[in-house]
Structure formats: C-alpha cells, structure tokens
Design a protein around this ligand. Structure first.
Ligand SMILES: Nc1ncnc2c1ncn2[C@@H]1O[C@H](COP(=O)(O)OP(=O)(O)O)[C@@H](O)[C@H]1O
Ligand SMILES: [Mg+2]
Length: 237
C-alpha cells in the first residue's frame, strides 16, 4: 500500500518550474531515495510532499488521502514528519524543548519521559547537551537532534532532506545507522541525498531527478551498479 503517491506533479516558484511532471510513490515500510545533482529539484519536491508548497499541477496523496487542503500541521499530526535540509530544529530552544515540541505533535501513551529516555539511549551526547540551545550545538549534534525528533514523534512517514550534508564521515555513518534503525522499525522513509552511494545502499528503490524530471528509477542496489549512468546524470557521486 502506498503511503505517499505523486502523480504528474509540477512545483514552481513563480515562473521558475523546479519540478516538472514527477510521478512516484512510497509504499508502507519502504525506503525510497531521491538522488540528483544540486539544483535538480529535490528539496522543492520534499516541500511539495509535506504541504509547504502547493503543486501548480498534478496531485499528491499522503497517508491514504489527498494532500490538497490539509495543512502541514494536520499532516504532521497524522504522522508525516519532514526533517528539512539544514536540520529544522529551533535554534533558540534547548534540546529538551525541541524534543518536547516534536513529541507534542503526536503524543503517545508512552509519555514524554519514556520517549526521551529512548533518545538519550540512542544519542547520549544529547543528554549531556539537553539544556543547551539547539543553535549552540555542532552541526553533527544538530543533525542528531533533528533525527531524535523522529524518535519521539514516531511518524508513519519520514521525509528527510540531505541529513548527511556538511557532516564528518563519522557523523555520516551515525546518520545512516539511525536511518537504518528507523527502516527496521517499519517507518516509511523518503530520503533525499547527494551521498548517492550510501543512499542507494540503504534504499529499497530510488528515483534519479534531473532538472526537475525523473529520468531513472529502479531498485537501490541495481541503480548503485549503474555508476556510469548515474555519473552522466549527477555529474559525480
Ligand atoms: N525559494 C525559491 N525561489 C526561487 N527558486 C528556487 C527557490 N528554491 C529553489 N529554487 C530553484 O529551484 C530549483 C530546484 O532547487 P532545489 O529544489 O533546492 O534543488 P535541490 O534540492 O535538488 O538542490 C533550482 O533551480 C533553484 O534555484
Ligand atoms: Mg536541496
């Protein structure tokens, strides 16, 4: 069953048509990667999928119903979490309050205290930093916090945009390990990455976006082997 389906979607900023006629889907429990060069339209696509940018044309279905007319906060309550490019944490709030906000979108019977313990078990560094402003954390710690929001929020669908951007190799490894844990817990994940090799390894399926259009799709592992084809589309990988 598809938890997300885009049909012939066009997204534009005024006259700039950033996404042109994209059709794709994400099945329940699946991890799908969207890869593409800088400026291909990946972030724009993510904004469309979480309701931040209304399609100029085409339709999007999320969690069994049309996206049109549902506000981003309603979608978040229904189980769609968007971790935007550049983390999406609130820099003036401390670590704990950032997590509390994510929890309160979808409170569970587990309770905040228990949810937070799961975060601190996964990311002990965040426990040490729990009363620090998010804006004062290192880039890697901010990405941990962004991913930790998904641990307390427990979304059905996670849209995550360039989680490894600007991080050290050690932190990149940590990011992908965390995504794999989410995957193993049954979360449906749409992952945008410029780190193509790692993204294709993690993903069940992937789409290659080029200048706003899907030019290639396939199983993650199969696409990973087509490195020459990918290079032609991505410039590098
Ligand atoms: N807010 C905006 N206003 C106008 N054009 C934008 C805006 N954001 C992105 N674009 C343009 O849309 C295209 C796709 O950008 P983006 O979705 O950010 O690509 P990617 O995430 O793949 O790097 C680019 O040509 C970019 O310049
Ligand atoms: Mg982007």
């Amino acid at each position: 069953m598809a938890v997300l389906r885009a049909t012939d979607v066009h997204l534009a900023y005024g006259p700039i048509r950033a996404v042109r006629g994209c059709t794709f889907h994400l099945d329940e429990g699946e991890t799908v990667a969207i890869v593409g060069a800088n400026g291909a339209g990946k972030t724009t696509l993510m904004r469309g999928l979480c309701g931040l940018l209304a399609p100029a044309d085409g339709s999007i279905e999320v969690l069994g119903g049309p996206l049109a007319g549902r506000r981003p906060d309603e979608l978040a309550r229904d189980g769609l979490l968007h971790i935007p490019e550049g983390r999406g944490t609130i820099s003036n709030l401390d670590v704990l309050d950032n997590l509390r906000l994510a929890y309160e979108i979808r409170p569970t019977t587990v309770g905040f205290e228990a949810a937070i313990e799961a975060v601190f078990a996964r990311f002990p560094r965040l426990k040490e930093r729990s009363d620090q402003r998010a804006g004062s954390l290192s880039g890697g710690e901010q990405q941990m916090l962004a991913l930790a929001r998904a641990i307390v929020n427990r979304p059905k669908v996670l849209l995550v945009d360039e989680p490894s951007l600007g991080l050290s190799p050690l932190m990149i490894g940590e990011v992908f390990r965390t995504l794999r844990e989410f995957q193993e817990a049954g979360m449906s994940i749409m992952l945008v990455e410029q780190n193509v090799v790692k993204a294709l390894k993690l993903a069940h399926r992937a789409y290659v976006l080029r200048q706003g259009e899907i030019v290639l799709e396939g199983k993650g592992g199969e696409l990973a082997q087509k490195t020459e084809v990918l290079e032609a589309y991505l410039g590098s990988h």
